[in-house]
Design a protein around this ligand. Structure first.
Ligand SMILES: [Fe+2]
Length: 387
């Protein structure tokens, strides 16, 4: 999405004969909004339409948590058991029509290929790393990466040995760089907190020229449909355009600081229909002599707020740990717990690292969140003060 990229061999014109290996190549247009938005043209060794068998349809049910009490929540996602693969092992924590938020700690490796047909995926890699293999090429991935995988991209994860923990947001619309970061030509502006150099794009390998049976699992919301392809799906000899997966590491986000406290919009990293994603990264605190570094209580009257805590000490919260996830829904103000204001005075910097997902429609807490729920959290503001 961010800019034009080309990889591999391409014909001089689109839609013309292209036989760099002697036989025909097969062009495929991958595009958003019909033919009216961003797209890439990709060139296959084999027709991309070849399906040799239609397999099973698995259910991936997402059901609401039985405890529907409307309250602030703290989900100890580290308490959720590892298990399954990186698709079927997802623990959906909260969802609405715009986003579905899950964590996964996969315990099984897979050989099949995957395509999300109805949602883009923003994968935050908390622990682990490896290679995201895609039809557009490979992306080397490490801890702290946001990986944006638009719908329709055939891919599979190859994780390195060691623990893997992912925070996955499936989105009904595209995940984009904020519009106010870009000039009229789409280039990231000088004052944006990251630039094109920070965005990593796939590197195409030589095409895999193999016929056979290759399993593809297609995610359709709460279903997973298996089909068999008659050739290896990574058979691209070249591609160009604006549509491809890409990665950005949270450590490459250059924070904006102010003389007094600046609100979360300075941390915004990605936007999309019905949501924003923000990055809280290590930074200097406010430098007014009487500045209060921790935030004021706030009522975001038309948004639900998810914060996923990655590392460091999050100054405005008590009782949370790395891999904690808090949900502050509309309906209540939230802010620092009592006793945090005074110790924050004069503090020069924070080393907190966290990902925030703000949604503009209410979230439903999902059943998978139940075992992670901290029932004491809603009352964590009840005692103590800063007098
Ligand atoms: Fe907040």
């Amino acid at each position: 999405m961010p800019f034009y990229v080309k990889q591999g061999a391409l014909p001089e014109k689109r839609h013309v004969v292209f036989k760099p290996r002697g036989g025909h190549t097969y062009e495929e247009l991958v595009s958003r909004q019909g033919f009216s938005d961003i797209y890439s043209n990709v060139y296959h060794l084999y027709p991309p339409t070849t399906v040799t068998a239609v397999g099973e349809t698995e259910a991936l049910p997402v059901i609401p948590l039985a405890d529907a009490v409307h309250r602030n929540r703290h989900l100890k996602t580290f308490a959720l058991s590892a298990g399954g693969d990186w698709v079927r092992g997802r623990r959906v924590l909260a969802y609405n029509a715009d986003v579905t938020v899950a964590t996964v700690e996969p315990a099984e490796s897979t050989d099949w290929f995957y395509r999300n047909a109805r949602a883009d995926e923003l994968v935050f890699v908390h622990h682990g790393g490896g290679v995201l293999e895609t039809m557009f090429g490979d992306l080397t991935v490490r801890s702290g990466d946001y990986v944006v995988i638009p719908r329709g991209v055939i891919h599979r994860w190859r994780f390195d040995d060691g623990r893997v923990k992912l925070l996955i947001t499936e989105t009904a619309g595209p995940v984009e760089t904020p519009k106010h970061f870009r000039n009229q030509w789409g280039q990231l502006l000088e004052h944006a907190p990251y630039c094109e150099r920070d965005l990593r794009t796939p590197v195409l390998n030589p095409p895999v020229d193999e016929r056979g049976e290759f399993t593809l699992k297609v995610k359709l919301g709460d279903k997973l449909q298996t089909v068999v392809l008659g050739h290896h799906p990574f058979d691209l000899i070249g591609w160009d355009g604006f549509y491809y997966p890409w990665a950005f590491n949270i450590e490459d986000f250059m924070p904006v600081v102010g003389k007094v406290h600046l609100p979360p919009p300075v941390h915004v990293t990605f936007t999309g229909p019905g949501f924003v994603i923000c990055s809280f990264v290590p930074r200097l605190f406010d430098f007014h002599q009487d500045a209060i570094p921790i935030p004021y209580a706030h009522s975001n009257v038309d948004s639900d707020e998810i914060l996923y805590y990655v590392a460091g000490n999050f100054m405005s919260r008590k009782g949370i740990e790395s891999e904690s996830l808090t949900l502050h829904p509309m309906g209540y103000p939230h802010g620092p717990q009592p006793g945090l204001l005074e110790p924050s005075l004069g503090v020069k910097e924070t080393v907190e690292l966290a990902v925030m997902i703000d949604t503009f429609a209410p979230l439903t807490v999902a059943a998978d969140a139940g075992p992670a729920d901290d029932p004491d959290y809603p009352l964590s503001w009840a005692t103590g003060d800063d007098q």
